[in-house]
Design a protein around this ligand. Sequence first.
Ligand SMILES: NC(=O)c1ccc[n+]([C@@H]2O[C@H](COP(=O)([O-])OP(=O)(O)OC[C@H]3O[C@@H](n4cnc5c(N)ncnc54)[C@H](OP(=O)(O)O)[C@@H]3O)[C@@H](O)[C@H]2O)c1
Length: 346
Amino acid sequence: MTVQVGILGATGAVGQRLVQLLAPHDDFELAALTASTASAGELYRDAAKWRVDAPIPDHVAEMTVTETDPDAVPDDVALLFSSLPSSVGADVEPAFCEAGYVLSSNSSNARMADDVPLVVPEVNAGHLDLLEVQRDERGWDGALVKNPNCSTITFVPTLAALADAGHDLERVHVATLQAVSGAGYDGVSSMEIIDNAVPHIGGEEEKLETESRKLLGEFDGVTVDEHDVGVSASCNRIPTIDGHLENVWVEAAEELTPADATDAMAAYPSLDLPSSPEPLIHVFDEPDRPQPRLDRTVGGGMAVAAGGFQESTFGLQYNCLAHNTIRGAAGASVLNGELLLSEGYL
Ligand SMILES: NC(=O)c1ccc[n+]([C@@H]2O[C@H](COP(=O)([O-])OP(=O)(O)OC[C@H]3O[C@@H](n4cnc5c(N)ncnc54)[C@H](OP(=O)(O)O)[C@@H]3O)[C@@H](O)[C@H]2O)c1
C-alpha cells in the first residue's frame, strides 16, 4: 500500500528536487502540489521553471498546482513535504497540522521550538517521539517534523560519529563554502557571485550553532537536552552551483587523532530506510577531497563526504561536503517521511 503525499511549495528549487525524489518512490504516491496564488490553477509543467538536470516526470507535469491551503489538499493525503519560504511556513504549517496533516518540513521556522522534533534519522531518530508531546500540547491530529538547515546537515553526522565513538566534544569551529542553489533560484545575483565570494549569509551562522546542539542532544521522553558543545560558525557563499563544503576544527576533552576520526566516521552506521545511503559518511584518503563538483553526488547525493584529516593548533581539522538540495533539503525531508512511516506515524 502506498501512502498519498503532497508537496507545499512544489515549484521552488527544493520543491523540484522533492518531485524528482518522490515521483519514483515505492512507498509514496504524489497526489498534491501547492504553491503561491500566482501558480495556483496552472499545470505543474507551466508553473515550475524546471531546473533539475532530468526531465519532469510525465505524470507530475500534467498535475494541477493548487493554493497552499488545507482545504485545497485531498483528505486522503497523509503526508506533506513542505518547502515553503520560512515566513510562509510559519503562517500556514500549523494550519495544516491542525487540519490533521503530518508535515515533514524544510523551512527554518519552528526548528528550535521545544516541541518540534528536528531530525536527521541516522543521528537522532529517537527525537521523533517528541511528536507525542507536540500532539498533547497543541491538540493536533497532524504533526510537524523538521529537518535542519542544509549547512547544519553537512557537518552534524561527522560530529555524531565522533561523539558516538566516545569522544567528548568540547568546541567546534566550522567555516562554510556554500553553493548558490542554497539561496533558491532567485537568491544571489550573478553580478554579486561571479568572480567573488560573499562572507555573509544572513542568519546562517546561528542556525549551525543552535541546530547542531539540538540534533546532538538527548531526548528524555519530554524534552531535548541540548549537547553542551560550543559551536562557532562562519558562513561564506561561493560560485558553485550545488554542494556545500565545510572546514571543521574539533577540540575534544581527550586526544582526538586523524586516525581516530577516520575510523569513527567510516564505521558510523546508516539506516535501512529506502533513501538511506550506504555508507552514510564517505571517507576520502586524498588530502584534496571532498570537492563540490567531484563529490556532491556520493551516495546519490544522500551521503556526507569527509577528508583532509589533520592535527592542528585548534584540535582535529577536516573537511566535509554534502549536496545541499538533496541531502541538505529534499532528500532529508523524504528520509524523515520514511522514518515517520516506519515508526507508525502515518
Ligand atoms: N535551496 C536549498 O538548498 C535549501 C536547503 C535547505 C532548506 N531550504 C529551505 O527550503 C525552503 C524553500 O527553499 P527554495 O530554495 O526551494 O525556495 P524557492 O525556490 O523560492 O521556492 C519557494 C516555493 O514556495 C512557494 N511560495 C512562495 N510564496 C508563497 C506563498 N505566499 N504561499 C504559498 N507558496 C508560496 C513558491 O511558489 P511560486 O513558484 O508560486 O512562487 C515556491 O514553490 C526555504 O524555507 C529554505 O530556507 C532550502
